[in-house]
Every structure is written in C-alpha cells, then in structure tokens.
Design a protein around this ligand. Structure first.
Ligand SMILES: Nc1nc2c(ncn2[C@@H]2O[C@H](COP(=O)(O)OP(=O)(O)OP(=O)(O)O)[C@@H](O)[C@H]2O)c(=O)[nH]1
Ligand SMILES: [Mg+2]
Length: 311
C-alpha cells in the first residue's frame, strides 16, 4: 500500500537495514511513524531484557560479545543496544570497533544498535525503551543493553532490564566507586571481570562481604558474583547459567510478570504524555504564552491560564 507497509513487512522478515531505518526515525521523533509503530507493537512479542553496566573499561562490551555468542549457540536471536555516553558516532565500522563485535555483526540473528547520549531528543532512558520495544516487536528473543555506569539516565536504562549485570574489575577501589555510583543496589548479578589479574580473589571476597551485610529473607534472590576473563571466554557459561537462574527466579515468584506490567504501564504513560504535549502546544497557546510573558505575568498564572484555555 505505502512505504510504511512495506517497511513493516521487511522488519518482520528480519531485514536489519529496514529495522535500523525505522529506529532512526523513532530516535528522531518522527511523528508520521505512529501507524507503523502501533501495527508493529500490536504483535506483542516478548524479549528477555538484560542490562550490563559498570565502570568505563571494565569489559562490558567484551562480555556482551561473549553473551551474544552464548545465546546464539542456544538458538536465540539477540539484539544489543549499546548506549555510548560520549561518542556521537553511530553505525558503520566504527561501531564495530567500539563495541568489539565485528565477529557477530554479520550473523543474521544478531542486531546491534548504538545510541549516543549526546544529541538524543527527549530522555535517553525513554528513547532506549522505545527502541527496545521496536526491536522486541521485530522478533528478537534477547535484548542486551550495554551502558557505562556513570549517569542517572544510564542507570535508568539498565534498571529497566529483567536481569541487571554489574561488571567490575579487581582494581582497587572499583567496588567503592561502584557503590558511590549506585551500582550496588541495581545488580542482580555481579561479574568480576579480568579475573586473570592479580588480586581478583581479594576483590571478590571484599564484594562478598559487603553483600553479606544485606538484609535478606528465604525468598530473596542471592546476588551471585561470577568471575570472568571475558577476552578468553572464561566464566561465560557460569554467567549464562546465572542469568538463566535469575530469569527462572523471577518467573517462579511472579516477578517477571510484575516487571513487565510496570514497564508497560510506564511506557503507556510516556506515550500519552508525549502525545498530549504535542497536542497541547497549539500555535495560539504558544502565542498566549509569549504574550503573557511579555506582560510579566507570573509563570504560575500563565500555566493556569493555559490549562484553562480550551482551544
Ligand atoms: N586482561 C583482561 N583484559 C580484558 C578482559 N576483558 C576485557 N579486557 C580488555 O579491557 C579493555 C576494555 O574492554 P571493553 O570490553 O571495551 O570494556 P568496556 O567496559 O566496554 O569499555 P567502555 O565501553 O569504553 O566503558 C579492552 O582492551 C579489553 O580487551 C579480561 O577479562 N582480562
Ligand atoms: Mg563498551
């Protein structure tokens, strides 16, 4: 029928370029997308979401790459959303270099998307959520969010995952840094990467003792610490098993369903407020705003006036 229909079909057939094109439009708040998005999202497919975060250089991308391979071996299709807080670059070879995924990029069951913090319109976490919805609807089984654990919006992204992995390295002070950055609270699984370095056992013990101080009941999930050497694939099967165990825990306690409901609720609220904002700011309301500002009316009065102005 039109361009939108064929794009929709292509995405359903696994066309990665079509998916990438649609995601760029999503990132740019292209309003003409609404029909295709609601068609696509009607599919109601479910992906399992994994978040990986940690300090810069901890090995998050190397770990992600290994996890992608592990899931491919388990016959799952995987999408990676790499949120890069500094780089304005997206796509191409540069992306592959940065996220250390040259070897999996050609696999038809793997889709990689990079999002830059800078220049993204609207909140980064909500954009990442939108992007993941579309990827989910395109039929990927697993979505991995990789983001450096530095800012609140990066934390919000991984926190929204079903299983959140925090990757640390044995370097002294790393766990203290992580604590400061709010990473300790959000971890469902800790990874002590670069376990080939000296002092990795000491670092694991320190982390273990800080975890033991936590309150827990018989029903709590006990956060495991997995040692990995991600560059050599060591410990990846343990990490894979820990993710599976966490997913099983969430399902058996009804928590996965709850997480999904919360996520859906927040997403609908986001869609409504976005749509509502766009509808609200008519030309005449914008003109009224400017006029009242020039008359030095108080912001509160102007807001009331605008809200009671049914136009
Ligand atoms: N010795 C050792 N080096 C590792 C290990 N894992 C990763 N590295 C190296 O550490 C460096 C950083 O790895 P990345 O996977 O890019 O780390 P990252 O956390 O994604 O980095 P940013 O995205 O830049 O924050 C690379 O040079 C890796 O080869 C490991 O287990 N042992
Ligand atoms: Mg990285």
């Amino acid at each position: 029928m039109n361009r939108a229909t064929s794009l929709f079909e292509k995405i359903q057939q696994g066309d990665k370029r079509a998916l990438a094109r649609l995601l760029s439009q999503v990132e740019n708040n292209d309003e003409s997308l609404s029909p295709i998005l609601s068609d696509l999202l009607r599919e109601n497919r479910l992906a399992y979401r994994i978040g990986i975060t940690g300090p810069p250089g901890a090995g998050k991308s190397t770990l992600t790459n290994q996890l992608v391979k592990a899931y491919r071996k388990a016959q799952k299709t995987v999408a990676v959303i790499a949120v890069d807080p500094t780089s304005p670059f997206t796509g191409g070879a540069l992306l592959g270099d940065r996220i250390r995924m040259n070897d999996v990029m050609l696999d038809s069951g793997v889709f990689i998307r990079s999002m830059a913090t800078r220049g993204s319109l609207g909140g980064l976490a909500t954009k990442a959520a939108e992007v993941s919805r579309v990827i989910e609807a395109a039929g990927y089984d697993i979505i991995i969010f990789e983001t450096v654990g530095v800012g609140q919006s990066e934390l919000d992204i991984v926190k929204a995952a079903d299983t959140t992995i925090v990757a640390l390295v044995p370097e002294s002070g790393d766990s203290i840094q992580a604590m400061k950055a709010g990473l300790m609270e959000i971890a469902d699984i800790f990874v002590m990467n670069k376990a080939d370095r000296t002092d990795s056992d000491k670092a694991v013990q320190a982390l273990e003792s800080s975890l033991q101080l936590r309150d827990h009941t018989a029903d709590s999930w006990l956060v495991p610490i997995i040692k990995t050497v991600s560059t050599r694939g060591i410990g990846i099967s343990d990490l894979f098993a820990a993710i599976e165990a966490h997913a099983h825990y969430l399902k058996s306690k009804g928590l996965l369903e709850k997480k999904r409901q919360t996520r859906d609720k927040e997403f609908v609220e986001h869609l409504v407020s976005e749509k509502w904002q766009r509808t609200f700011w008519t030309e005449s309301r914008q003109a009224l705003l400017l006029q009242k500002l020039s008359e030095h009316e108080s912001p509160y009065r102007i807001a009331e006036l605008l809200l009671s102005n049914h136009d």
